[in-house]
Design a protein around this ligand. Sequence first.
Ligand code: SF4
Length: 313
Amino acid sequence: MSRTNRHPIFDFLEKGLQNTDSGLGDRSTYIGSSDIGQCMKKSYLSKTLGEEHNLKQLLIFQRGHVAEGIVKAGLANHPKKIGLQEQVEVKGYGQWTYVQSHIDFLVSFPKEDVILECKSISSPLPDDKPRLSWLYQVQLQLKLAKLQSGRDTRAIIVAVNVNTGEYSAFDIEFSEVLLNTALSRASQLWEAVQSKTEPEGEVSDLCAYCSFKTQCSTLLKNGEKLPDEVDAMVTRLKELSPLENEAANLKENIKAFMEAAKIKKGIGVKYSVMMSEIKGRETVSVQFLKANYPEVANKVIEAGKPYKKLKVV
Ligand code: SF4
């Protein structure tokens, strides 16, 4: 297996994933509820230029589908049968005909409907709060779903980390203030798309995953002032640093005890611990090679690949 040469299977998979129908239609012809919350410039560029994602981004997107699949399995297989609809399209009317949303799941109970919006997360949410962009999206869904059905409607955002199995849920109350902000963002974005006027970007932690990051004037100009989400991550990283040292010390102490006691497995009240011996990697002494076989050394020794180091000060 080579780490540097990509196997052709991935070119094949990339094409297939790029060709997957999102079920959301032509997104340049309407403002979707998820466009409203994200960076206006990104939404604008993706609508006007289109967006091609590489395999890595496509794989990350698939985690969202996995999270949805998990929630669906829990809803559809529950012994109590519920009225479950998926990808329910709701639309604005009057001056808002260009606004649309696709609700992940709509569960109908006799007295109310419940919107379930699924999110995939890869790290704990700052302050364990839902992202503002999710709130805009769900406020719009609440309003449009209620207008469409005439029924009482509430919403829950379910956030799942498909790597660690951690999960959070947030009950979302309807808020006129948030709805108005969401609608105002929708109208600004729609006007920008109609008049082909590129809006300013809104720098956040999500810039790291944005397809337009290399050409984004806002990010290049304003990247130094950390956005709130990244600032919260830096603070949390600093808080966790002592724990990293503590964990390393604890491991050393536990290993030392198990070595002294000549045991490979220890049973505790809550957890067990197992120690195994991993074969060391073969190494080459660069100094020896250079001193004794300089002609070989010149041919085989390469400069190490540069890597990024982060220091929180
Ligand atoms: S890089 Fe950041 S600011 Fe620029 S378009 Fe993308 S999300 Fe917006």
